[in-house]
Design a protein around this ligand. Structure first.
Ligand code: PEP
Ligand code: MG
Length: 556
């Protein structure tokens, strides 16, 4: 009998296939063991380190980063202390680990900052890894039928490391959210996935190999779909495959809009991302989020390490690489910098504000950037600019470091991601070499809606005419000053918004590497004249939904 469960989309697409249930082993709190926690923590860290190396070698960089963070968490002295207190009181090891982990999870959940609340899931996952080590469960490779739909309560890193993703058609889990490990793995591999499908394993109990349809567009899982649901899914899968095949033919093609070349560049925010961008034949890098070099480690990278990373990125492309200087603060934390706690970190000392307050940190980064031998293809961009004086201060610092190094500074641009920067665009354009619009933050600050707060999802739409008006102003200012304007926020990869952005005059869309083919295809299909008219009409509409409705008929 067919059963439909609602779920949350973690990675878009539709797929159908035989279920492959990955069941978590039951481990009792009082499992007998003579291992010490130190020994268990070390073994777990070693296992996760191996797992990180395995997935990194397969080019699964984002997953490797998660695993590397887990290694640090498994060795966390505070966790070890919590376990030691409990075992000293006579608790069995598994029970003590679970209680100590629960305490850390509760602490994270109580934090105001959404970023830390989400880390609670990671701590819980590390707890499960520690327990698995005590129980001697070594996630051995799971043999999957071809085109399997992997179903689980939640997928731990140990589960996914051994998954042969080439055989996985889709993933469905009962737990986890859009930022869970499952979602990261699925998105990186381009596999449709849903999370939060409550009741999935119970529905599969009678027939664990039942056919499962994952609708990661509408947000549903159907166990044992009937003939009409299967036919409908097959039609959608075929249509999507046809479009994907057509989009794939755009790899490496140059595209234009109204006769002007449009750069479809890559956003890079992790160690393996440059390789992904090269494979996707990106038109350079539109945003290199340099903070990834600083995250999940014990100290800041030195000049040489940073320079090598920037140089590798620049040398990988003929088109420019835009390196954004450190954007720490807000939802991006770096514990070893020991920054004071702020009531409103998104409105605090983040981005360029932090760089100017920490000159040693900023100078090291600028020196590394100046050490890149090819200044023509390197561009430097300042985040969180909200005043002309910000740009002047950043620019003065770069020029001073260049003077000391007897070299020429690379072109310096500004991220337009605060309402003030957009309103001051004419003044900024006279002093900046280029603009790149950060629609993620611009939307957050224009709508006064925290970008990490899931309850405010409907406010976080860059199609909002209030946001578009500021973008239009930015484009006009850039045009008048004769400087380049791109977009590097998520909206650049959203077809409806991307169309409007092009219509307003943007000439670069910087997107995740996985979206490059489809973005080029989109640019090439659009009727530039009509899109321009509609983009200007959109400015006076009441809301984002109205804009999307207006644009939808013009999209391929
Ligand atoms: C943005 O704000 O749109 C952006 C691209 O930067 P980040 O998401 O890193 O803040
Ligand atoms: Mg930003």
């Amino acid at each position: 009998m067919s059963r439909t469960l609602t779920a949350r989309v973690a990675s878009e697409g539709v797929a159908i296939g035989p279920a492959a249930v990955i069941a978590a082993a039951d481990v009792a709190d009082d499992l007998a063991t003579d291992r010490s926690f130190d020994d268990v923590a070390a073994a777990t860290a070693a296992r996760l380190t191996d797992a990180a190396a395995t997935v990194r070698a397969e080019g699964r960089a984002e997953e490797a980063e998660v695993l590397e963070a887990y290694v640090l968490m498994a060795a966390d002295p505070a966790l070890a202390g919590g376990v030691a207190t409990r075992t000293a009181e006579g608790a069995p090891l598994v029970g003590a680990i679970r209680a100590a982990v629960a305490e850390v999870v509760a602490m994270f959940l109580a934090m105001e900052d959404e970023y830390f609340r989400q880390r609670a899931d990671d701590v819980a996952a590390v707890g499960r890894e520690l327990v698995a080590t005590v129980a001697g469960i070594d996630a051995s490779p799971t043999t999957l039928p071809d085109g399997a739909v992997v179903c689980a309560r939640d997928l731990t890193p140990a589960d996914t490391v051994h998954l042969d993703l080439a055989r996985v058609a889709a993933i469905a889990t009962e737990q986890g959210g859009p930022t869970s490990h499952t979602a990261i793995v699925a998105r990186a591999a381009g596999i449709p996935a849903v999370v939060g499908a409550t009741g999935l394993l119970a529905a599969l109990e009678a027939d664990p190999a039942a056919e499962v349809l994952v609708d990661a567009e509408g947000g549903a899982v159907v166990v044992g779909p009937d003939a009409s649901a299967r036919e409908d899914a097959s039609r959608r899968i075929e249509a999507a495959a046809r479009v994907a095949a057509e989009q794939r033919t755009y790899r490496g093609r140059r595209v234009t809009f109204a006769g002007r070349r449009i750069l479809v560049a890559a956003n890079v925010g992790g160690r393996g991302d440059v390789d992904g961008a090269v494979e996707a034949a990106a038109d350079g890098i539109g945003l290199l989020r340099s903070e990834f070099l600083f995250l999940e480690r014990g100290d800041a990278p030195d000049v040489d390490e940073q320079r090598d990373a920037y140089r590798a990125a620049v040398e990988a492309f003929e088109d420019p690489t835009i390196v954004r200087t450190l954007d720490i603060g807000g939802d991006k934390e770096v514990p070893y910098l020991r920054l004071p706690r702020e009531e409103n970190p998104f409105l605090g000392v983040r981005g360029l504000r932090l760089s100017l307050a920490e000159p040693a940190l900023f100078d090291t980064q600028l020196d590394a950037l100046l050490g890149v031998a090819d200044p023509h293809r390197l561009r430097v961009m300042l985040p969180m600019v909200s005043a002309v004086a910000d740009l002047e201060a950043g620019s003065a610092r770069l020029e001073e470091r260049a003077r000391l190094a007897s070299t020429t500074p690379p072109p310096l641009g500004v991220m337009i991601e605060t309402p003030a920067a957009a309103l001051l665009a004419p003044a900024l354009a006279r002093r900046a070499a280029f603009f790149s619009i950060g629609t993620n933050d611009l939307t957050q600050y224009v709508t006064a809606a925290d970008r990490t707060n899931a309850a405010l999802g409907s406010h976080q739409d860059a199609a909002n005419p209030a946001v578009l008006q500021l973008i239009e102003r930015t484009c006009r200012a850039a045009d008048a000053a004769g400087i380049h304007v791109g977009v590097c926020g998520e909206a650049a990869g959203d077809p409806a918004v991307a169309a409007v952005l092009l219509g307003l005059g943007v000439t670069e869309l910087s997107v995740a590497s996985g979206r490059i083919d489809r973005t080029r295809w989109l640019v090439d299909q659009l009727d530039a004249e009509r899109i321009r008219e509609v983009a200007h009409e959109a400015l006076s509409l009441p809301d984002a939904d109205a804009v999307r409705e207006l644009v939808a008929p013009l999209l391929p």
